[in-house]
Design a protein around this ligand. Structure first.
Ligand code: PGA
Length: 248
């Protein structure tokens, strides 16, 4: 199993061209002192091409935050996987809980988007996670394992991808699960990945996401089966994001 962790920043619907200074600061810091981890930033689709131009020759990779399950055609407002790739993305976040909750995306929708991302050459980061009500009902492991089984298409076999475990109640709240809870769910995610895709699925990293900050990153990243982090708020600031990257 690769020991290199993946630290991905999810800018969500934040960032204008002027904010690309954050990406440049990050790239400059990593040029001075290379990171042990792979590092990626996932800005809004509007910023990908400019970020790609500003980060060329840097160690920072770029990802999208969503893509259409369709390849092209009459889908006003949607962005295809090939368009993201063309703009400079190498990864794409799929099935984030904000897409599942706010746009009604089902596991089947997420799987269809993964099927669109792979032939375009994008590495999907597939998000799963339970709500607070599901956790309180003792159903976290069952819910998350079910999402993994239904959101990961068989075509992922042999492809580069990651799964991100993001408890919905931990996103943007400053709350995090205990390290034991993270370990329990990550073990269940791995078991579901292997049940779905076979032994080849042992090497894909499982990221943790939800209120990862410089002050909790080291302990979270040291939990067994935590292969990196998906970072929202703290990725908008170069110093905070670097603090997390240096903890990996
Ligand atoms: P957060 O977001 O780090 O701001 O909690 C994480 C995410 O939604 O990916």
């Amino acid at each position: 199993m690769s020991t290199q962790k993946l630290i991905a920043g999810n800018w969500k619907m934040n960032g204008l061209a002027a904010d690309l200074v954050v990406a440049r600061e990050l790239a400059e810091a990593l040029a001075r002192e290379p990171a042990a981890a792979r590092v990626a930033l996932c800005p809004a689709a509007t910023l990908i091409a400019q970020m790609n131009w500003q980060l060329k020759d840097s160690a920072v990779e770029i990802g999208g935050q969503d893509c259409s399950p369709e390849t092209s055609g009459a889908y006003t407002g949607d962005v295809s996987a090939a368009m993201l790739k063309d703009a400079g993305a190498g990864l794409v976040i799929l099935g984030h809980s904000e897409r599942r909750a706010g746009h009604g995306e089902t596991d089947a929708d997420v799987a269809a988007k993964v099927e669109a991302a792979l032939p375009a050459g994008l590495e999907p980061i597939i998000c799963v996670g339970e709500t607070l009500a599901e956790r309180e009902a003792g159903r976290a492991v069952e819910v998350v394992a079910g999402q993994v089984m239904a959101s990961l298409p068989e075509s992922l076999n042999g492809k580069a991808f990651a799964v991100a475990y993001e408890p919905v109640w931990a996103i943007g709240t400053g709350l995090t699960p205990t390290l034991e809870q993270i370990e329990e769910v990550h073990a269940a995610v791995r078991a579901a990945m292997v049940a779905r895709l076979g032994e080849g699925a042992r090497t894909a990293p499982i990221l943790y996401g939800g209120s990862v900050k410089p002050n909790n990153a080291a302990e979270i990243l040291a939990v067994p089966e935590v292969g990196g982090a998906l970072v929202g708020g703290a990725s908008l600031n170069a110093a905070d994001f670097l603090g997390i990257i240096r903890a990996a």
